[in-house]
Design a protein around this ligand. Structure first.
Ligand code: XIL
Length: 386
């Protein structure tokens, strides 16, 4: 009895109040949680709550992560045989709260949003720079994550020395040189390569661009063969958006990929980018049908760049619809054995590409601009747990 009293007297001072700027909560935090008078425990991100000046009415603690909001998307996906990943970009690495969640057990796969593309890695003929791509790779590997190579051949972000070419033979030579160099550099280190990105037109048929114009559709097979020649084992993918809708773009994609497979071109998967719109996501049955059309060719599929945008401002109704839409995508992937996983095109609205490209739209990701989980996050968790 006396010792318990003694213990109580000893323990009491441990529950000290936290001063201004001190940590008062967050995932894995076990210290004191009560702020000093006049301070409010404020959620800066799921991993870090801080005592800041303010009143209870202005605190953000009402949006603090719930128990479910701390669930690892990767752990839940892994239990279903999938991965759950995020894209990222090097300028974001100075944001410590951001990187501490990105390179954590929350995610199992990382895609560099820009740093492995043709322009950034091969800015002039014969010059190769992999510093940023290597930085993404090394951080992900240190966190136990797998990395997707993105991408080798795309109509955007080309080096200017390539954009200036019009000669078929020269275009083929520079493409082969670039693919050979980059695939060799990352040989054996990536779980997949997006070899050709967005080769189809939204209205059906092939996208009209430099290589389609001056080399012809054969550039696609040539790119896959060059990648395979440089790395015998890394899975090689074609990556495209708007395949979820089973429209004319999907029809062209399916017939073109069927030809590639029939010709023995070394292709292993088709990435569904998943750049979608809140309230306009196709039904689960439509998406599953589209995924299965490619798996029937002996290919793997995945959602490689998922984001579901809305017209701003975000309202409770839009966020609720977005939650339902994220669930639809997760459920579609879960329904297809060869859907290997889901990657969001960055995890937070803070670093989404959407507002910069689609005027007036945004709020497309499962975490908001303050790194707080949104209803969409809960939807992903619910679908992965079901
Ligand atoms: C985007 C990046 O996120 C942006 O930072 C960049 O300015 C443009 O490219 N489809 C793709 C991705 O395959 O490479 C694109 O990424 C988004 C659309």
């Amino acid at each position: 009895m006396r010792s318990l009293v003694a213990l109580g007297l000893f323990v009491a001072p441990v529950f000290a109040v936290v001063g201004e700027w001190g940590q008062c909560g967050g995932i894995n935090y076990t210290g004191d949680t009560v702020c000093d008078t006049g301070l409010v425990c404020t959620v800066l991100n799921p991993y870090y709550y801080q005592c800041l000046k303010g009143t209870a009415t202005t605190t953000t603690t009402t949006t603090a992560p719930t128990t479910t909001a701390t669930a690892s998307l990767q752990a839940l996906a892994k239990a279903k045989g999938k991965h759950f990943g995020s894209a990222t970009d090097n300028p974001e690495f100075t944001d410590t709260p951001y990187t501490s969640l990105l390179f954590s057990s929350m995610f199992g796969a990382i895609t560099p949003g820009n740093s492995m593309k043709w322009g950034p890695t091969n800015p002039s003929n014969g010059t190769y720079t992999y510093t940023n791509g290597d930085d993404v790779l090394n951080r992900a590997v240190a966190a136990g994550q797998i990395v997707r190579g993105h991408n080798l051949v795309w109509y955007n972000q080309l080096p200017s020395y390539v954009s200036a070419l019009t000669d078929n033979a020269t275009l083929q030579a520079v493409m082969t040189a670039h693919i050979t160099n980059e695939v060799t550099h990352y040989k054996g280190k990536l779980y997949a390569w997006d070899v050709v990105n967005e080769p189809f037109s939204d209205s059906g048929g092939m996208r009209s661009w430099l290589y389609q114009t001056y080399v012809g559709t054969g550039y696609i097979a040539a790119a896959f063969k060059a990648a395979r020649a440089a790395d015998a084992t890394t899975p090689l993918w074609l990556n495209e958006y708007n395949l979820e809708y089973a429209g004319s773009k999907y029809t062209t994609a399916l017939s073109t990929v069927t030809d590639l497979v029939n010709q023995g071109v070394p292709i292993n998967g088709v990435g569904f980018q998943g750049h979608l719109i809140v309230g306009s996501v196709p039904s689960q049955a439509t998406i599953v049908g589209a995924l299965n059309a490619f798996t029937a060719l002996g290919l793997d599929v995945a959602f490689t760049e998922l984001d579901i945008r809305m017209t701003l401002p975000a309202t409770a109704a839009l966020l609720a619809q977005q939650k339902a839409d994220y669930k639809t995508i997760v459920n579609a992937c879960l329904a297809v054995t060869r859907c290997l996983g889901i990657t969001v095109w960055d995890y937070t609205d803070k670093y989404s590409w959407i507002p910069g490209v689609f005027s007036g739209q945004g709020a497309a990701l499962p975490w908001d601009e303050n790194l707080l989980p949104k209803p969409a996050y809960d939807g992903i968790v619910e679908a992965l747990k079901a």
